[in-house]
Design a protein around this ligand. Structure first.
Ligand code: NAP
Length: 468
C-alpha cells in the first residue's frame, strides 16, 4: 500500500476520492530552511519543488519499506517562489502586485520504493489573476483569511476560481496532486487497486459555507464507493459566468447552483428541462461537450419528499395553500399544478409577487391576501410554508390553524428546526405533517446520478449525516 509522506488534508482527500489505498505519515521536514539553502545555491523553482518532494519521500522511506510518496507545491511569480502570506496586509500587497499578471503553480511528486526513487513528476498550472479592484481584494481577504493564510499565494483557486482570468493545467495539480500520472505509476506497481481519476462536481453560491450539499454528496460518494469529488465554490454575484467557464475547462461534470445565481444558471444554458423553464431558474447544471443543460430539481425533490411519507398521495383534484411567493414557491406551485391540483391558493406578504406568480401559472392559482391567509382553512387539503419564517434566526410564522381538517397534509420546507411551529401545531390537531429536510435530500438525486453515474437513495443515514 502507498504511504503518503504528508498529512496534507487536500492530498489525502484526492487520494480518498480516487480510491487509492494509502496511509499517511508526516515527514517532519524543516521546509523553510531547506528551501532557503536550495535558493541560496541558485536552484530553480522546479529544482526546489522537486527536491522538497524528494526529501519528504526519502525521510519516510528511511523508516519503512514499500511505496512512499513525497509531494510539494510552489507558486512562482516573476521567477520567484512565493510562500504563505504573513498577514492580511502582506497578502493585500501581493495580490495588488499579481493583479492582471500570470504566475504558475508547480506540483512535484517523487515516489520511492524500498528506499530508492523510482518515479518523479512535476505538474505545471499557468494562472492569470484577474485585474481585481481594491474592494474585491479586501473582500477576498476578509471572507477567506482563515482558510487561505496557510496557502502559498494566499488563495485556494479551487474554491475561488473567479479570482482568475484563466487557469491552464490539470485541476488536480491546482489541488496539489497530479492524480492521473500517479494512478498510472501505482498501477504499474500493482498498488492502484480500483483507483480512477475522480469525477468533479460542486455547488456554486454566495455565501457557500453554510451549504449542506458537500456533506450530502460526499456521503453518497462514500456510500456507493464512487470515485468523485464534490466541492463548495464561492462565487460573487457578478462572477458566475467566468466561474462556469473555468470549471468547464477544468473538466467538471456539472454543478449545483444556489443563491444568488439560479437565474444566471438558466441563462447560461443551451438546453433546459421543462421544470427549469417553467420555474425560471436552475439549481442543477450538466456540462456536456456541446453545451450546458439546465434542470430545476426543487419541484422533483418536493414531490419525492411528500411521496416518501405518503406513497399514495397525489395533488390530483386537491385544493392547496402555498404560503410565500419566492423562488421555492415557484417550484412548488409548478409541481402541484403538474400533478393535477385543482386549485392553489397563494398568499405572500408582498402581494404583488403573488399576483405575478398567479398570472404566470394561470387560472388555477388564486391569491389570498396575507392578512387572510387562514381564511380558506376548511377547504385546504394540502398546506405548505415556503417562506423563510420559522427558520432558526427568523421570526416565527403566524398562521391560525383553526378550521383545518385532520385529513389535511401540512408541510414546511424550512428544515432548521426540523419541526417548525407550523408543523407542531398541525400535528397537535391530528394532521399528517412532513418536514422539509427530505426535499433538500431528494432534489440532489438527479444531479448526483447525472454526474457520477449512480442513482443514490435517500435513507436515514443520509438524513443523520446532513443533520450532524
Ligand atoms: P426567497 O425567494 O427569498 O423567498 C422568501 C419568501 O419568504 C418570500 O415569499 C418572502 O416574502 C417570505 N418572507 C421572508 N421574510 C418574511 C417575513 N418577515 N414575513 C413574511 N414573509 C416573509 O427564498 P426561497 O428560495 O423561496 O426560500 C424560502 C425558504 O425555503 C428558505 O428558508 C429556504 O432555506 C427554504 N428552502 C428549503 C428548501 C428545501 O430543500 N427544503 C429548498 C429551497 C428553499 P416577500 O416576497 O414578501 O419578501
Amino acid at each position: 500500500m502507498l504511504c503518503l509522506a504528508s498529512q496534507s488534508e487536500s492530498r489525502m482527500a484526492i487520494l480518498r476520492a480516487a480510491g487509492v489505498p494509502f496511509d499517511a505519515m508526516a515527514a517532519r521536514v524543516d521546509e523553510d530552511s531547506l528551501k532557503a539553502s536550495l535558493l541560496a545555491d541558485g536552484a530553480s523553482p522546479r529544482d526546489v519543488v522537486d527536491a522538497l518532494a524528494e526529501y519528504k519521500a526519502r525521510k519516510v522511506s528511511s523508516k519503512q519499506g514499500g511505496l512512499v510518496l513525497g509531494c510539494d507545491q510552489v507558486l512562482v511569480f516573476e521567477g520567484t517562489i512565493f510562500g504563505k502570506p504573513t498577514s492580511p496586509g502582506d497578502l493585500r500587497d501581493l495580490m495588488r502586485h499579481m493583479n492582471g499578471r500570470p504566475h504558475k503553480l508547480l506540483t512535484a511528486q517523487v515516489l520511492y520504493k524500498d528506499g530508492e526513487p523510482i518515479w518523479r513528476h512535476i505538474g505545471r498550472v499557468d494562472l492569470t489573476m484577474r485585474v481585481l479592484s481594491a474592494a474585491e481584494i479586501d473582500d477576498h481577504i476578509e471572507t477567506h483569511w482563515d482558510d487561505i493564510q496557510h496557502s502559498a499565494g494566499g488563495y485556494h483557486a479551487e474554491t475561488t476560481p473567479h479570482l482568475f482570468d484563466d487557469i491552464k493545467g490539470d485541476w488536480f495539480d491546482v489541488l496539489g496532486l497530479s492524480i492521473t500520472p500517479l494512478i498510472n505509476i501505482l498501477r504499474a506497481h500493482g498498488a492502484a487497486g480500483t483507483a480512477k481519476r475522480p469525477v468533479l462536481a460542486g455547488v456554486l453560491g454566495c455565501p457557500i459555507k453554510q451549504s449542506k450539499s458537500p456533506i450530502l454528496h460526499g456521503t453518497w460518494l462514500w456510500q456507493h464507493g464512487l470515485q468523485g469529488m464534490y466541492v463548495p465554490v464561492h462565487v460573487p454575484k457578478d462572477q458566475f459566468e467566468r466561474t462556469i467557464r473555468i470549471l468547464r475547462a477544468a473538466g467538471f461534470a456539472g454543478c449545483n447552483v444556489t443563491i444568488p445565481h439560479k437565474e444566471a444558471a438558466l441563462a447560461c444554458s443551451k438546453e433546459q428541462s421543462a421544470a427549469a423553464r417553467a420555474i425560471g431558474a436552475s439549481n442543477t447544471l450538466f456540462f456536456r461537450p456541446d453545451g450546458i443543460v439546465a434542470d430545476n430539481t426543487d419541484a422533483f425533490g418536493f414531490m419525492e419528499n411528500i411521496r416518501a411519507h405518503r406513497a399514495d398521495w397525489s395533488a390530483d383534484g386537491q385544493t392547496c395553500l402555498v404560503l410565500g411567493a419566492g423562488g421555492a414557491a415557484r417550484a412548488i406551485i409548478f409541481a402541484l399544478l403538474e400533478d393535477g391540483a385543482a386549485r392553489v391558493f397563494l398568499s405572500n406578504r408582498t402581494s404583488a409577487k403573488a399576483e405575478t406568480l398567479a398570472q404566470e401559472f394561470g387560472e388555477r392559482v388564486h391569491v389570498l391576501p396575507w392578512d387572510a391567509r387562514s381564511s380558506r382553512n376548511t377547504q385546504i387539503d394540502f398546506l405548505v410554508n415556503t417562506t423563510s419564517l420559522g427558520m432558526d434566526g427568523q421570526p416565527s410564522l403566524e398562521f391560525d390553524l383553526s378550521g383545518l381538517r385532520d385529513t389535511t397534509i401540512v408541510t414546511d420546507i424550512v428544515y432548521k428546526p426540523l419541526e417548525t411551529n407550523l408543523l407542531l401545531g398541525a400535528r397537535h390537531m391530528g394532521c399528517a405533517t412532513i418536514d422539509g429536510l427530505g426535499m433538500l435530500l431528494h432534489q440532489a438525486v438527479p444531479g448526483f446520478e447525472g454526474w457520477f453515474g449512480t442513482r443514490p437513495t435517500v435513507d436515514h443515514a443520509l438524513r443523520d449525516a446532513v443533520l450532524a
